[in-house]
Ligand binder design. Sequence first.
Ligand code: ADP
Ligand code: MG
Length: 342
Amino acid sequence: MAQIQELPAILADQIAAGEVIERPASVVKELVENAIDAHSRRIDVLVKEAGLAEIRVIDDGAGIPADQVPLAFRRHATSKITSKRELFRVTTMGFRGEALPSIASVADLTMVTAVAGADGYQYHVRGGEVLAQGVASARPGTDVTVSQLFYNTPARLKYLKSPQTELSQIVDMVYRLALGNPTVAISLTNNGKELFRSAGNGNLQQVIAAIYGVKVARKMVAIEGQDDDFTIHGYVSLPELTRAGRKYQTLLINHRYVRNFNLTKALIEGYGSKLMVGRYPFAVIDINLDPLLVDVNVHPAKREVRLSKEAQLGQLLTTTIQARLAQENLIPDVGEKTGQLL
Ligand code: ADP
Ligand code: MG
């Protein structure tokens, strides 16, 4: 056996990138989540060639102080948690301190960032090597441009799908981020063409309308449920509005999009016999709970989470939907009642 050695930092970052950055949509996710964590009001995502040529995310958030920018690109460097205690009470989207070094190790990345009232800073890194950095004039906020994704990891590059597929992954990702954060105005543009824009006024039904169309949004009803541990709010479609796939169901836990088999099942159970076999409702459901009840650190991209009291939450979800749909049967003029905000 060869000698045991510690991996060079760049190689370690590339290995970490393998888990966190799978495709252009992962870059969009990580950059937008950082912008959300920085309390941005507005986030613009501009991609070229479905992100295969370039991904740019501009935010108006807190920015990074000039002297801390290089640190932000170090692995496990984060401003979001400082202790094990906080790891179990995460309220931000990020906390692992991996995204920036991961992206920078497998692409060309330029960040221009500034905090209000101070000089900005520009940082250019490619394949983990810093090519240039220094003071730069910039508006408060952060502007990150990523190009040549996977230029130095040919296996990953080969694994990418057609531009159409990559773009639809980006679109889906932006939709989920917008649904989870209706108070932030998020836009997506590909090759100069605007594909999506949310108003950022906090109206979830309007975000749903921007994504699925006003017709769909009007056939969705607000749900609200609560017990000692969970509050649920969101919109579900009337049983008459369904699709053949599950893609139109968005589950958010403390604003974070997650996949969860049992909760999806609980959602469908709320419809009882009202759905035809193989048909699925539209749903956007935001579940709020004490961060202590959820472990978000079980998946590198945080797609899956581990929930305490999952059965109890499923039960609450089912009964909340059941009760709401039962109520709807008693009100004939549905459109009138649910469409008032649109
Ligand atoms: P994490 O989000 O897990 O902390 P990242 O590698 O994504 O790790 O980012 C590292 C740090 O850089 C963050 O903790 C944050 O302090 C800072 N940062 C990254 N992006 C932004 C941004 N858009 N605005 C302000 N600060 C940012
Ligand atoms: Mg992050």
